[in-house]
Design a binder for this molecule. Structure first.
Ligand code: SF4
Ligand code: SF4
Length: 387
């Protein structure tokens, strides 16, 4: 298949996973492990490892690189949307040493939630779930524990705290040296649970623009403490959510809708900017209209494409649910978030993904004793009935 392989994110974006010392150039790309000795001897080079420079050279030669195949190309080859389509790729950056613009820092996997599309690689609550209750089996394949990501992650976690703190120290140095960086995003797990967030803010608050990605799975006291620190500063909150009520509580399992809504108000009253990061899965399509009605007037929405979890992709929905979404959101069909979701649900789901959706829902809800009666019956029957 002929493709234009260029993507500007490869020249501007970096994601760093502190606990595992992994570098992702960009958030969707396959990671590489940082070489601490090399970094110590090469200050300011975090964004210019040999792998990154090689990948950028391949791209400029219009060739595929493995890390982006994993993140984007393979989806496009299957006729699905990919993350790189959200970037402006018209004007090409041609310098592999171009300055980094956006850095995202994943502090640790500490998190109280088990969001449905997430996994043990990112959330300690997910790690506990699979450790105590075993793997999830979808279409005869083990997921959520024994996939490549988790094996890689398990190896990384065994490293000592000393090594982690050495890397964190080097990372703080890199952040101070990265003068062209326009924005620092801090992610988790749940970054509001992590004391390293305080250290980053103490060093760079007021110097750089920050955004904090959160699922708001923290208690009010902890949130209040952070809000006090960032009041009046250029710090925005990227809040992960895409549905209301019981659908929210299922997708974002571990935080109640009432607590979530109250914490959104706390941030609003503190004066910090709020954007909602909506990861669109099949379940979020079912709840997105109500979520948009609640917050759409006031806040910006970023629509993220789900990847990896095939059986939760937005198009893995019954026809009646798709039709209902399209009909009930006609008046908003020109808004970019709805345009994006309409496109995402176009493709016909495979029988395997349909069955996978049912199996996953059953396993996820039974472990947590969630009664799925609030989901539309047509959807439940569609994915749980064998042909
Ligand atoms: S092609 Fe995809 S994975 Fe690669 S840098 Fe762009 S957005 Fe990231
Ligand atoms: S809040 Fe983030 S890290 Fe935690 S389970 Fe949800 S998506 Fe995963």
């Amino acid at each position: 298949m002929h493709m234009d392989y260029y993507c500007s994110a490869k020249f501007t974006d970096l994601m760093v996973h502190v606990q595992s010392r992994l570098l992702y150039n960009c958030c969707k790309a396959y990671p590489e492990r940082v070489d601490l000795d090399w970094l110590e001897d090469n200050p300011g080079k975090l964004f210019y490892t040999n792998t990154m420079l090689k990948d950028r050279a391949l791209m400029l030669d219009n060739k595929s690189c493995a890390s982006c195949h994993h993140g984007c190309y393979k989806y496009e080859q299957e006729g699905l949307p990919s993350t790189r389509q959200q970037y402006n790729n018209n004007e090409k950056i041609t310098d592999p040493h171009a300055p980094m613009k956006l850095i995202s820092i994943v502090l640790s996997t500490d998190c109280n939630l088990t969001c449905m599309y997430c996994s043990p690689e990112y959330s300690s609550a997910w790690q506990r779930d699979v450790n105590h209750k075993g793997d999830y089996i979808i279409n005869g394949t083990t997921v959520k524990q024994n996939n490549n990501w988790h094996i890689l992650w398990s190896k990384m976690k065994q490293k000592s705290r000393g090594v982690n703190s050495k890397f964190f120290g080097l990372l703080l140095r890199e952040l101070e040296l990265a003068r062209d960086v326009e924005s620092i995003s801090v992610l988790g797990g749940e970054p509001l649970l992590n004391n390293e967030l305080d250290q980053i803010l103490d060093r760079l608050l007021g110097v750089k623009k920050f955004s904090i990605d959160t699922g708001l799975g923290v208690n009010d006291k902890k949130l209040e403490k952070i809000l006090e620190k960032v009041k009046g500063k250029d710090v925005s909150f990227n809040i992960s959510a895409e549905a209301t009520g019981k659908i929210f509580e299922l997708i974002r399992y571990g935080v109640s809708w009432k607590d979530f809504d109250r914490r959104v108000k706390m941030i609003e009253q503190n004066g910090n900017e709020i954007t909602f990061a909506c990861t669109i899965s099949n379940l979020s399509v079912l709840g997105f209209k109500d979520f948009h009605r609640k917050y759409g007037e006031k806040y910006k929405f970023n629509i993220n494409l789900l990847s990896v979890t095939d059986y939760m992709m937005p198009h893995v929905l019954d026809d009646a649910s798709k039709k209902r979404f399209i009909e009930s959101t006609k008046d908003k069909s020109n808004l970019p978030e709805f345009v994006a979701i309409r496109k995402m649900i176009e493709k016909e789901p495979s029988a395997e993904d349909r069955i996978g959706a049912g199996q996953y829902l059953e396993q996820f809800s039974s472990r947590r004793s969630v009664d799925l009666g609030f989901l539309p019956s047509n959807f439940r029957e569609w994915c749980t009935t064998n042909p």
